[in-house]
Design a protein around this ligand. Structure first.
Ligand SMILES: Cc1cc2nc3c(=O)[nH]c(=O)nc-3n(C[C@H](O)[C@H](O)[C@H](O)COP(=O)(O)OP(=O)(O)OC[C@H]3O[C@@H](n4cnc5c(N)ncnc54)[C@H](O)[C@@H]3O)c2cc1C
Length: 470
């Protein structure tokens, strides 16, 4: 029987894949999405050590186990990377903040950078996101939200070590929004893959295939994409292949395809989780309050930042779940949540410490020995002093390092215009290969930007438009 050769397939259903599909299919082109969408366990194998899931992912362990199993990944104990093989992947659980600024940390020329910025702006307008985007002094997009007065004053304070900005928030379609975050319908308007898909699912040109990709093979002028699901194996044959399965899965699939056996560095933003105690109560009634402020270090050599997230119901639930003996005092914890400020301090990418390497038929993810204490000590003290000096907090704090990889931002393994076979050109085409593209965070070096989902989305849309024209 003659093989059916598809024109284009994208691997993954996260926000990079769906945004690519949205642009690509705009002018009537058919697109195939290959992504597994069941929560059924694919294996009985017990990945027992993977138990530290972030608050938003409570109850999603099967998807996490399926991810590591299907991608043939062995994870060393001290490496805390995360992935999820469900419809939408990690994009379903992200923390809601997008940087309201874009820096060009990539090896791309100004024209490409401006095209990414242009797609970013178009995306903000199309989905009506909450927040503002400005270029030097001009607002290019404005849909401001209100934050408590004490934080608003920080934005206007002059300080040689830090500057403060409001992020853009991942809430969309709020036609009556007047700046009050408490009036947002969290479930319906969160910009996650499931909600995003609802916007585009009536597009008959988007065809969904419920499989995960096991391996990719190059044939004469097409690719054989070997896929599986719980019950069967299936091969797809495609002319153009677009990888959007999140940095770790994409890098593994590409390395396997190229038979690349050297060590690959995955860049990320090592994170310190801190709790501060607010002098004034911060009243938000959302189940999961987004971060409302970013405190960004002014240093160009060591770019780190901290976010400010008021305590919320979901975090209280997670604390009680992690420490069941606190159940009787849940009411008290909820009472004090208006006085707590959670903060992620995200470090410069130069402290990245996650590696991927072929290990027989599998791939291994690991970290190297690194003195964590010195990495964080100075930064947390600086942030603490800054908040204290500005009368925001009481003079106590608590912080914990959740491990390398528990920042959930993975990128930079197949960069723009890098050296060697693990790199892409300006249009995200894999170097030295024809018709294979990468549109997730693998291509970016997010050195300055710390909440870069927006840039990733913009770029995926740019390539979607580009490929739809050829
Ligand atoms: C708790 C949390 C909070 C976060 N907060 C923020 C934030 O505030 N701001 C920010 O910018 N970023 C944040 N992030 C990071 C953000 O979620 C990721 O950058 C984003 O999800 C990446 O999108 P993606 O589409 O590239 O990959 P993913 O969302 O990981 O999607 C990958 C897709 O590929 C599929 N897949 C994987 N392997 C295969 C395979 N072998 N075959 C077929 N399909 C496969 C998955 O099922 C999924 O559909 C956060 C992440 C987490 C977990």
């Amino acid at each position: 029987m003659k093989k059916k050769i598809l024109d284009l397939a994208v691997i993954g259903s996260g926000l990079s894949a769906l945004n690519f599909a949205d642009e690509y299919s705009k002018n009537g082109k058919t697109i195939n999405i290959i992504s597994y969408k069941n929560e059924k366990m694919l294996t009985e194998n017990n990945y027992g050590k993977l138990k530290d899931l972030p608050t938003q992912m409570r109850g999603k362990m099967n998807n996490v186990k399926n991810y590591f199993h299907s991608n043939n990944l062995i994870v060393e104990n001290d490496c805390k990377v995360l992935g999820s093989l469900d419809f939408g992947g990690l994009s379903n659980y992200w923390g809601l903040q997008i940087d309201g600024y874009i820096n060009n940390d990539q090896k791309i020329n100004r024209k490409i950078f401006l095209s990414i910025e242009n797609h970013f702006l178009k995306f903000l307008k199309k989905y009506n996101l909450v927040g503002s985007y400005f270029d030097n002094k001009d607002f290019l997009y404005k849909k401001d939200f209100k934050i408590p007065h004490q934080f608003e004053t920080l934005i206007h304070k002059k300080n040689s070590n830090f500057y403060c900005k409001k992020p853009i928030l991942g809430f969309f379609n709020q036609s009556k929004f007047k700046g009050d975050l408490n009036l947002i319908n969290e479930k319906r308007s969160k910009l996650n893959s499931k909600n995003f898909f609802n916007n585009i699912k009536n597009n008959k040109k988007i065809i969904f295939h419920n499989y995960y990709v096991n391996k990719i093979f190059k044939k004469k002028d097409f690719f054989k994409v070997q896929c599986k699901n719980k019950n069967e194996e299936k091969n797809f044959y495609v002319k153009k292949l677009v990888l959007a399965s999140g940095t770790i899965a994409t890098t593994k699939l590409v390395a396997d395809y190229l038979n690349y056996s050297k060590e690959i560095k995955i860049k990320h933003h090592p994170r310190l989780l801190s709790v501060f105690f607010s002098k004034k109560p911060i009243k938000f009634s959302l189940n999961f309050t987004p971060s409302i402020l970013q405190i960004i270090s002014s240093s160009k050599k060591d770019c780190y930042s901290a976010d400010v997230r008021p305590g919320n119901k979901l975090i209280t639930e997670s604390i009680v779940e992690a420490f069941p003996f606190l159940k009787p005092v849940k009411l008290i914890l909820n009472f004090f949540r208006h006085r707590t400020i959670f903060s992620n301090i995200l470090l410069d990418t130069k402290y990245s410490n996650i590696f991927l390497r072929k290990n027989g038929k599998k791939f291994k993810l690991y970290c190297k020995k690194l003195n964590k204490k010195n990495l964080f000590n100075i930064k947390i003290k600086n942030i603490f002093k800054f908040l204290l000096k500005n009368q925001i907090i009481f003079p106590i704090y608590y912080s914990i390092f959740p491990g390398f990889g528990a920042d959930y931002h993975y990128f930079g393994s197949i960069p723009f215009n890098g050296k060697g076979s693990l790199s892409v050109d300006n249009n995200c085409k894999l170097r030295g290969s024809k018709n294979i593209y990468v549109v997730d965070s693998s291509v970016f070096n997010f050195k300055t930007n710390k909440y870069p989902l927006g840039i990733m989305i913009a770029n995926a849309r740019r390539i979607g438009e580009h490929l739809s024209k050829i």
